[in-house]
Design a protein around this ligand. Structure first.
Ligand code: GTP
Ligand code: MG
Length: 551
């Protein structure tokens, strides 16, 4: 993460400009402000370590201090407003393409990627350049079809000249396959390097982050037909720092710029106010707005396919695929709490580089073993899992900001300790509370109870059933055990890059031996390592039995 001017972050808090609807939100604002203060303090000492490539905020141009979440969001939104998305033929000359476009103004940044064909994202120096470019674009001539005459910043480049050029250089937008990752990790020399390597392979890159904001900006152009002052902002893993290449794009239609702009009514004299349609609930307003925007996206949105309106969900949304970017999109409205959770996770990720690395590693491990899934269901969500990692980090003793000398050892130790922590956590009795950083008695019967940090009466993991929790615990036990084994703790390569056997983190991503366990066994309150030892014995005897039957 690149940082920019510290002076800028000491400006008026960005939280103060947002209208807060819920009771008790001032407490939430205080809580986030204090996380942000801690972040600023720690960033002063951790700056070198926190600078990793390709996350939100790179290319900011200023590198001498941290930016607030909202400043980063605003910068990315501004870039997106000045950008266009162009479908190109792969064998177009990059030079000719840039010369052609620069007739409309200076190009600040461009890159190519593949998704059902090759696309270019081009950012101009100012919005007028985009207006000029759009004015020069023709309406396609079609003979057998009809078109919706909606003009957007999604264009196609037509090449009327002959001659072949080399393929355009495309930026990868997806992660490496798991087997390739295992190979890559096995070639590293320490678990710490494996964790960094995994984080680097999985995290969203600069380009992918820009593309996400551009898709939001393109959709905003559609929603602006009804609400000219609206914005559409990404939230969740697209911007919380824990996003993996290929993760979905969660978006939030922000109308607060309209309703929040409330002029003071004068105490005397005349004044005017808008007449507005009234309904009996805020939820109903959200549903109506999403229903109409969903129709627009479905009927007029170029490249938007498979639109589903899921308006009766707890959080109403419109789901669709945006083909030119390849993103699975969820559009919500009136979802400020999710935006706050996103900011909270982002700030925690900024506190210490190990937070992000550990979250990436655990998320990847969980996905590999089917603990999490891209389909909603009775399993642990990535959001719940991230809160579980944060809770674990809060429970560390001593607290998590150590000297740099300790970093390397701790990075390895944290992974083992994470698995031990949840292998023995009293899930049947206790709830995780990241506001207080401690467990407390469960307020309701649910296999896994994680208190929502902003709506404290809610359980973030209400959907999780007991067999999914059992699988999680069994896998934590197995992974803790694997990390303690001398043969998996160190590289076992016998020379040559291609003969390296999976070791360390790579072994945790191989198919599990215990993942199929059903039903939770009653656990005695053993000490962690004792329990791990007994698991070790049981796995060993299982393995010996298997070896004997194999031979
Ligand atoms: P992936 O999409 O799986 O990469 O992770 P994600 O963090 O984006 O999760 P998801 O798309 O499921 O949800 C998007 C965001 O909505 C999360 O980051 C949270 O901010 C918020 N969110 C998701 N589930 C819950 C929940 O149960 N309670 C609350 N308060 N917020 C949630
Ligand atoms: Mg998401």
């Amino acid at each position: 993460m690149r940082f920019s001017s510290l002076a800028r972050t000491t400006m008026a808090s960005p939280f103060t400009v947002h209208r807060l609807h819920m009771r008790g939100r001032h407490r939430l604002v205080n809580c986030l402000n204090s996380v942000q203060r801690t972040f600023r303090r720690s960033a002063g000492t951790e700056r070198g370590a926190v600078q990793t490539e390709g996350t939100l905020g790179e290319d900011s141009g200023e590198k001498d201090g941290p930016k607030s979440f909202y400043e980063l969001m605003a910068d990315r939104q501004e870039q997106a407003e000045k950008s266009v998305l162009i479908s190109c033929q792969s064998r177009t000359s990059e030079k000719k393409f840039l010369n052609f476009l620069s007739k409309h103004g200076d190009i600040k940044k461009h890159f190519f990627y593949e998704s059902y064909g090759v696309y270019a994202v081009v950012e101009f120096a100012c919005r007028d350049n985009v207006v000029s470019l759009l004015e020069s674009a023709a309406i396609p001539s079609v003979s057998h079809e009809s078109m919706v005459p909606f003009k957007s910043r999604l264009l196609s480049l037509r090449n009327h000249s002959s001659g072949e050029s080399p393929s355009l250089p495309c930026q990868p937008q997806t992660t490496v396959p798991i087997n390739e990752l295992i190979q890559r990790l096995s070639r590293e020399e320490s678990v710490d390097e494996q964790i960094s390597s995994l984080t680097e392979a999985y995290q969203l890159r600069e380009e992918n982050s820009r593309l996400r904001f551009l898709v939001c900006s393109l959709l905003k152009d559609i929603a602006a037909a009804y609400f000219p002052e609206c914005t559409i902002k990404p939230f969740g893993s697209s911007v919380n720092g824990f996003g993996k290449l290929g993760c979905d794009l969660d978006m939030f239609l922000d109308l607060d710029t309209i309703s929040g702009k409330n002029l003071k009514t004068p105490k005397s004299g005349l004044s005017l106010e808008y007449q507005m349609k009234r309904t009996n609930s805020e939820r109903h307003v959200t549903q109506s707005i999403l229903s109409v925007i969903g129709e627009c996206v479905d009927h007029f949105g170029p490249g938007c396919v498979g639109v589903q309106k899921i308006l009766n969900a707890r959080c109403p949304l419109v789901r669709f695929a945006h083909q030119p970017s390849g993103f699975q999109c969820d559009l919500t409205a009136n979802n400020r709490v999710a935006m706050k959770s996103t900011e909270l996770l982002y700030l925690y990720g900024e506190l210490d580089p190990r937070v992000r690395s550990l979250v990436f590693t655990i998320r990847c491990w969980a996905r590999t073993h089917g603990i999490t899934s891209s389909i909603p269901g009775a399993w642990i969500s990535n959001f719940s899992l991230t809160v579980m990692v944060l809770f674990f980090l809060q429970k560390r003793s001593p607290p998590i900001i150590p000297t740099l000398d300790c970093l390397r050892d701790l990075a390895e130790q944290l992974l083992t300790d994470f698995f031990e922590f949840y292998a023995t956590f009293p899930f049947s009795r206790m709830s995780l509370n990241i506001r207080k950083g401690k467990e407390q008695n469960k307020p309701e019967v649910a296999p896994l109870h994680i208190q929502n940090p902003f709506e404290t009466s809610l359980n973030v993991s209400k959907n999780v059933n007991s067999s999914q929790l059992d699988r999680f615990v069994a896998l934590c036990q197995e992974s803790a055990w694997l990390l303690q084994q001398s043969e998996t703790r160190t590289p076992t390569g016998v020379g040559g890059k291609h003969t390296t056997k999976p070791w360390g983190l790579a072994t945790l991503l191989l198919p599990s031996q215990v993942a199929g366990v059903k039903g939770r066994k009653k656990r005695k309150p053993h000490h962690a390592s004792e329990r791990i030892k007994s698991l070790l014995e049981s796995l060993k005897s299982k393995n010996d039995g298997k070896k004997n039957s194999d031979s």
